[in-house]
Design a protein around this ligand. Structure first.
Ligand SMILES: Cc1cc2nc3c(=O)[nH]c(=O)nc-3n(C[C@H](O)[C@H](O)[C@H](O)COP(=O)(O)OP(=O)(O)OC[C@H]3O[C@@H](n4cnc5c(N)ncnc54)[C@H](O)[C@@H]3O)c2cc1C
Length: 339
């Protein structure tokens, strides 16, 4: 049995909405219409057959777990990007796509929280924050939400009408738009800086922050917030792109045998390679997406000694069983791998 058969299940796209000039939402259901089981803030990893190459990409669910019969993801074009453009150009209602079970730890369940949530996003980073807000509002939890979204213009904002509806309907949901250009007096204008943050957020130490957006945006907010009396244990971020790696572990030039009994294959890998690169180098297909230890698409089970730089998305039970993220793991002895 291949990895694909093990970990992926086909989902049927049942609705597509072109939200902005460069972003569309896609709603999916299980082929047998069984409900989804996920936490708000989690993502799906899709397998896409891109001109006969299997590629993997993660997309955060932006719908609410309280409405589990379907899930919706929003995809924004990345200039020059293979899959975002391919899916927006080709994916229609009726098509089916393989996807892994929802995963990810950018959730209230996995993190320290308070009853005051500051959901901060920019660009496509709106998606997991929207799911967290919708979950709370759908289940009528007594939690105050301040949703602060940054964008260039209002017509760039994915699901803006839904956000406005939520703000009209729910007293505990406050919406702030920070737009680079705006004529609307209720919006903030320009880029979020220290002064604007202080104006927007009164009692910062009482908040829990969930933030998702481009790296520079998140870094600048993190700097602003960490200069206040905010407890950074309550600052939770999700990154959609691989962060530049610093301080990589230096390995000696040693080789180890990697064996994959399920396909009766064994090969020699250098311990400077990640397990994912070593498997791919030996012609063994393992799904992957972010290649930075965020999405969990490349998880596999190993026996032997390894050094891992990330265990994101793995449960304590999976870690105990020997699961690792192959993109973030290097061999430190001979290994037996289950893919
Ligand atoms: C946990 C997780 C959740 C995600 N959720 C969403 C989501 O809800 N909606 C969504 O649209 N995307 C989301 N992404 C990003 C998505 O998985 C893809 O990376 C994105 O669609 C680009 O893929 P691509 O094949 O078009 O670009 P690629 O061909 O992989 O990349 C092309 C170039 O663009 C750069 N790049 C890749 N992704 C981005 C990005 N997001 N912003 C800017 N530059 C980028 C790459 O470094 C590369 O230089 C998520 C990623 C992760 C890890």
């Amino acid at each position: 049995m291949t990895t694909t058969e093990n970990q992926f299940e086909r989902l049927r796209c049942i609705k597509r909405v072109d939200e902005t000039s460069d972003a569309s939402t896609f709603e999916f259901e299980h082929l047998d219409q069984r409900p989804f089981n996920f936490q708000a803030g989690q993502f799906l990893t899709f397998e896409i057959n891109h001109y006969n190459n299997l590629l993997y990409r993660a997309y955060s669910i932006c719908s609410s777990p309280a409405k589990p019969n379907s899930v919706t993801v929003a995809i924004k074009r990345v200039p020059g990007g293979k899959i975002s453009n391919y899916l927006i150009d080709n994916l229609q209602a009726g098509h089916a796509l393989p996807a892994m079970a929802p995963a990810g730890k950018f959730t209230r369940e996995e993190n320290k929280t308070t009853n005051n949530l500051l959901l901060m996003s920019a660009g496509s980073g709106i998606t997991p924050c929207l799911a967290i807000a919708r979950d709370i509002l759908d289940t009528e939890q007594a939690i105050n939400i301040h949703f602060i979204h940054s964008a260039r213009r209002s017509d760039d904002v994915i699901m803006l009408s839904l956000l406005n509806e939520l703000a009209d309907k729910h007293k505990n949901f406050r919406l702030t738009m920070i737009l680079e250009t705006t004529d609307n007096a209720t919006d903030f204008h320009g880029r979020l800086d220290k002064t604007m943050f202080a104006e927007l957020v009164a009692s910062v130490s009482e908040q829990t922050i969930f933030i998702c957006g481009p790296s520079l945006y998140m870094k600048s907010v993190e700097e602003i917030v960490s200069a206040t009396d905010f407890d950074m244990d309550y600052f939770h971020k999700e990154s959609f792109v691989a962060e530049a790696k610093t301080g990589e572990t230096v390995f000696s030039d040693i080789t180890h045998e990697i064996s994959v009994p399920a396909i009766d294959k064994a090969f020699i890998a250098n311990d400077q390679q990640t397990l994912l690169d070593a498997l791919h180098g030996a012609g063994i297909k393992v799904p992957y997406s972010c290649k930075s230890g965020v999405c969990g698409a490349c998880k596999c089970k190993v026996s032997g000694n390894v050094v891992s730089t990330s265990q994101e998305t793995l449960t304590a039970e999976q870690i105990e069983l020997g699961y690792v993220l192959s993109c973030s793991t290097k061999a430190n002895s001979d290994l037996v791998v289950e893919i």
